[in-house]
Every structure is written in C-alpha cells, then in structure tokens.
Design a protein around this ligand. Structure first.
Ligand code: HMG
Ligand code: MG
Length: 298
C-alpha cells in the first residue's frame, strides 16, 4: 500500500487573509467545523499578526478559543507579540514565515530575511520553553519567483531552509507564492534540497496559473507526501500582487486518491465546506474537483 498523504488545510488562514469582506468569526468557525467533518486533521486556523496589516484575521484570539477539538491547529506568528497572543490559546503549532527574497519579506513583514531570522530566535526559545511538546513550521515564500525581485536561485531557497532548521523548526513549508512555477522548476528545486529528510518538507503551491497540481505531482513522484492546500482553492497573499488561491484541497484529494494514495478526506464533504464562505465573499466555486464532486451529487 502507498503511504498516506499529509494535507495541511490552510483555507481558514491563507484562504481568507486576503479577503476584504470581513467574515464574522462564527462563519469562520462553521467553515473549520465543516473541514473537520470532511476529515482534515491539520488545519492552519488563523494568524496572530498585526490587525493593521491583515484586518481579516484580527479575530484570531476569539476564534482560537472556539476551535473544535480533534485536529492539530497551527497559526502564523510573526514576532514575540504574536507569540504572546498564541500562548494565551491552546494552539500548539506555530508557523514562522520568511522568504527567499528580501524584497518580499520587507513588504510582507517589514524585515529583511536576516532580520526575520533574528526576530524568530526569541520566539522559538520562548515557545519551546512554554510548549515543550509544541511544533514549529517555518515558511519560505517565493521559492521560485518573487513578484518584486524576479527569479530566485534554488541555492537561496536551500540557504533559508537551512537557516530555519538551524533555528529549530520541525518542518519547512516551501511557498510558491505567486503560482508561476512549472514542474521543471520544482524538479530543479528538489535537486537542490537533498540535505533534509523528505518528511520535514511541505510543499505550498498557489494555483494562479493552474500549475499547482502538476507541481504537486512531481513532488509526490519524488517522494514528498506533505502538502498545504486550501478548500475551494481560496486564497492569496496581500503582499504578493496577483497571487491567486492556493492549490484546491479538492484537487489534491482527488489526484491523490485516484492515484491510490489515501488522504482520509471525504471529497464530497470537503467540496461543500467552502460554499458558504464563497457565497459570503460573492464568489462562485471554481476549483475543478470541487465542481465535479458537487455536480455528481445532483
Ligand atoms: P510593523 O508595522 O513593522 O511593526 O509590522 P510594528 O511593531 O510597528 O507594529 C505595527 C502595529 O501592529 C503596532 O500597533 C503593533 O503594536 C501592532 P500600533 O502601535 O501602531 O497601534 N502589532 C501587533 N498586533 C497584534 N499582533 C501582533 C503584532 N505585531 C505588531 N503580532 C509585522 C511588522 C510583522 C507585525 C507586520 O508586518 C505583520 O503583521 N505582517 C503580517 C503580514 C501577513 O500576515 N502576511 C500574510 C502571511 S505570509 C503568506 O501569506 C505566505 C505564505 O502563505 C506562504 C506562501 O504562499 O509563500 C505563508
Ligand atoms: Mg500562501
């Protein structure tokens, strides 16, 4: 039997952070409950970032207190202030985030890459002291191309990945932030990333140009079994103009299951999970495997 796929559902965080229409906390909670019913076991629920920078997630503290028991939740933490907020909740997975491009980190977190790594040190230290069983993911954004600096050398990605592991993160999620990459570019990155066990690397594809599932396919072929994805393909980054939604979790689930790789996710339930959110945002569902699953029921 093929090993199971690990899916980290980032819809409630990456999927919503860029949306201007404020979504009430209760609706976010309903979305998360639906994701849990669909079988998702790892969910990035929100971000403890500055509400001035990401107003949509200003209710992180309130939402965290209401999360249903069962899944592993993570949340973005950019600094010590964010960590203090997270430590007041029961979420025990933090996600630190930097990039392979200084131009991007300056716009996203108002720091250079080096400054961000420096800022993460006390966050990691304090988190480890307060939550000895906690888990830390580190994001590297713009792993193929930066919307400001252009193409990124693969070596740069491996340097930042190395720096995050040296800080003590448990895993690194590689963000193809603007959804431009094609499989050949992912293969080139894979060739560069030989220093770390595959279990410690997660792929985070955006699907702006419809290449996400093709990129996930080459990563799976190479033995990587952990992917970030967002229900209904919700998403985008406020500091990466033109960045489309994440790879749709429905597309990932369909692709994996059809290839004999189990996900533990009920595709029909999942296809329905983002519908109320999309309706509130005034958007029709567009993710292909979501539409196909919904059509089958009628
Ligand atoms: P700053 O303006 O340089 O820092 O922001 P500051 O310390 O001057 O803070 C500004 C204000 O925010 C202050 O309030 C702080 O108190 C407050 P004021 O004094 O003006 O009233 N503040 C906070 N409030 C609550 N929680 C906090 C916090 N920190 C400061 N944690 C900062 C620096 C890092 C805070 C800001 O740039 C920030 O929050 N950035 C987050 C941006 C973000 O969330 N981007 C999207 C996520 S990254 C992404 O999507 C990519 C990813 O999906 C992977 C991929 O696709 O590649 C992960
Ligand atoms: Mg993202």
């Amino acid at each position: 039997m093929k090993p199971a796929l690990r899916i980290i559902e980032v819809g409630p965080r990456d999927g919503l952070q860029n949306e201007r229409t404020p979504l009430p906390t209760g609706d976010k909670l309903r979305f998360i409950n639906h994701l849990v019913s669909a079988g998702l076991r790892e969910i990035e629920a929100t971000s403890f970032v500055s509400p001035k920078w990401v107003p949509q997630l200003a209710d992180a503290d309130e939402l965290a207190a209401l999360l249903p028991h069962g899944p592993q939740y993570s949340a973005l933490v950019p600094n010590e202030r964010g960590l203090a907020r997270l430590l007041a909740t029961s979420i025990d997975r933090i996600a630190l985030f930097t990039a392979a491009s200084d131009d991007f980190t300056k716009r996203n977190i108002n720091m250079t890459i080096a400054e961000s790594l420096e800022a993460f040190k006390p966050v990691v230290e304090q988190f480890r002291a307060e939550r000895p069983n906690g888990f830390i993911r580190g994001y590297v954004s713009t792993v193929v191309q930066c919307p400001y600096a252009g193409m990124i050398p693969t070596q740069r990605v491996s340097e930042v990945t190395e720096a995050l592991f040296a800080l003590g993160v448990n895993e690194v999620s590689l963000g193809e932030t603007i959804g431009v990459a094609v499989p050949e570019e992912i293969e080139a990155l894979i060739d560069e990333l030989t220093n770390w066990p595959k279990e410690k690397i997660v792929w985070h594809f955006h699907d702006t140009r419809g290449t996400a599932i093709a990129n996930a396919a080459v990563a799976m072929e190479a033995g990587y079994m952990a992917f970030d994805a967002s229900a209904g393909g919700l998403g985008g980054c406020p500091y990466a103009k033109g960045a489309g939604g994440n790879m749709a979790t429905e597309d990932l689930v369909y692709f994996a299951e059809r290839n004999g790789i189990s996900t533990g996710v009920n595709l029909m339930e999942l296809a329905k999970a983002s519908l109320p959110v999309l309706a509130q945002l005034g958007k029709p569902p567009t993710a292909k495997s979501q539409l196909a699953a919904l059509a089958e029921e009628h």
